[in-house]
Design a protein around this ligand. Structure first.
Ligand SMILES: Cc1cc2nc3c(=O)[nH]c(=O)nc-3n(C[C@H](O)[C@H](O)[C@H](O)COP(=O)(O)OP(=O)(O)OC[C@H]3O[C@@H](n4cnc5c(N)ncnc54)[C@H](O)[C@@H]3O)c2cc1C
Length: 447
């Protein structure tokens, strides 16, 4: 029986362990944190996440889609809250497709428990990876002060943004790595269900309070509550660094997110006590080293959360890796690793670029009348010619087209729509056949 070690029992690692177990590997998973069933998991990290088609494709591949569906809440569009509290709704797709909100801890726990049902998979907590010998396939862990060494035929580094596995790769010649913090960070506030248990906001939507430089976002939980997240720069008049106390937080909400205040009974307390977290992007190349070791998930490409694709892209890494194993077999592992890097590095880089781009879109452009006009034109063209126009958001969230191909198509759409929006009186003519024809003509001629 071939042996695999997975470092990190987060979302990507526990999923990978499960699928490798299905392929007949004996899998040892080592996680630095204590068992989540015995502690509060992921404090300071996001409470809930969005699953998109890439996530679902990975769950389907592993045969666990039904299990996961049970713990999700669908959102069919964005509900925009303006400064005056007026709300407008924008569906994610004209076909009524949904993204799905899921609790990070519940998903993580479900994946770990599914993996542990296979007697060939063991998950060992409180094991901190400290070193890897790529030649020997030997991983070293610190377990409560003791050194533990294990060897395997395949090693997966799924140990997130601060990856120790990647840290050892970084010491090798010609391994490329960049890390960059963006100027904004985030703070979460919990929006509970009403006293009678009903939701205080429309459950079917992802709620956004876009305010140019910053925004509040609300994502549903299965208990009819929402997780609210303020994304804002650290510096400046209303920077997170200036908003330290509960009173500061309340003043900020009074000025910018007034209609959210009645939804959050203990806003001041939450604001003062909940952590403020930074956001970094990480890129590296290659995603493998030697003939046995690969990186998946945030360890390879940590990104900002504005497309809600970090986990989806991480699960896609694992699914693609497993499909390559299906195609080539373990006996050709070096080829699997090389093909994996070839396929996933461009995808990982595009995932980071798309996430940065969507920050601008969510924070800024959804409050912009020109953006809304553009969306209306695009939706009309898509409705009448679904074979010709698939919006970038749909390509990213509702298909498995590689991220880099989706991004290239999105950039082509930008060039087309810049020309359309520059035509005379577009605000009055946007619904006309003439504008629709212009888009179709530009689709033929714009590369
Ligand atoms: C605010 C926010 C919102 C987000 N929203 C979304 C969303 O809506 N949709 C989405 O798809 N993505 C979202 N993401 C991104 C998503 O959280 C990550 O992309 C995802 O968690 C990556 O999974 P992972 O398994 O690679 O890393 P992680 O989930 O971070 O897991 C890594 C694991 O490795 C362990 N580990 C670390 N170092 C070691 C070590 N040395 N030894 C042993 N174990 C170790 C860690 O304890 C952890 O359990 C969001 C992120 C943030 C911050």
């Amino acid at each position: 029986m071939k042996k695999a070690i997975v470092v990190g029992a987060g979302l990507a690692g526990s999923y990978m362990a499960y699928t490798l177990g299905q392929k007949g590997y004996a899998v040892q998973v080592f996680e630095k944190r204590p068992d989540p069933r015995k502690s509060v998991y992921g404090s300071g990290r996001s409470i809930n996440l969005v699953v998109s088609d890439r996530g679902w494709t990975a769950f389907k591949y592993a045969g666990i889609e039904a299990e996961i569906r049970k713990i999700t809440v669908p959102a069919y569009g964005r509900q925009i809250h303006d400064l005056e509290g007026n709300q407008s709704y924008f569906p994610y797709s004209i076909e009524g497709k949904a993204i799905h909100s899921i609790s990070r801890s519940e998903l993580n726990q479900t994946l770990v428990e599914l993996a542990e049902k296979n007697p060939a998979i063991s998950v060992q907590f409180e094991h901190f990876c400290t070193h890897i010998d790529f030649e020997l396939g030997e991983v070293t862990f610190d377990y409560k002060g003791e050194t533990v060494k294990e060897r395997a035929d395949l090693i997966i580094g799924a140990d997130g943004t601060g990856s120790a596995v990647r840290g050892v790769m970084m010491k090798q010649p010609r391994f490329n790595f960049t890390q960059e913090y963006i100027d904004s960070g985030y703070k979460e506030v919990h929006i509970p269900a009403a006293v009678d248990g009903s939701p205080q906001l429309n459950l079917d939507a992802l709620h956004i309070w876009p305010r140019r430089e910053f925004m509040l976002m609300g994502l549903a939980n299965t208990d009819n509550g929402f997780t609210g997240t303020v994304f804002a720069p650290f510096t400046g008049a209303y920077g997170l660094d200036q908003l330290k106390t509960g009173k500061d937080g309340l003043r900020y909400f009074e000025k910018y997110f007034k209609n959210a205040i009645p939804l959050i009974p203990n806003l001041e307390e939450q604001w003062e006590n909940n952590p403020t977290s930074a956001l970094a992007i990480i890129r590296c190349k290659p995603y493998h080293w030697g003939s046995k070791t690969a990186l998946i998930g945030d360890a390879a490409h940590a990104t900002v959360p504005f497309y809600g694709e970090g986990m989806n892209g991480s699960l896609e890494d694992a699914r693609v890796f497993c499909e390559l194993l299906d195609e080539w077999g373990h006996e050709n592992l070096p080829t699997v690793l090389e093909r994996y890097t070839e396929m996933r590095v461009p995808a990982g880089n595009a995932l980071v670029d798309l996430s940065l781009r969507n920050f601008i879109e969510m924070r800024d452009l959804v409050a912009d009348p020109e953006f809304q006009l553009r969306k209306r034109i695009e939706q009309k063209v898509q409705k009448n010619h679904p074979d010709k126009w698939t919006p970038l958001y749909t390509l990213v969230k509702f298909t498995n087209i590689p991220y880099h191909d989706a991004m290239a198509e999105g950039e082509r759409h930008d060039r087309i729509m810049a020309k359309v929006l520059a035509t005379e009186n577009i605000e009055e003519r946007w619904d006309s056949d003439e504008v629709e024809q212009l888009v179709l003509d530009l689709l033929e001629t714009t590369v």
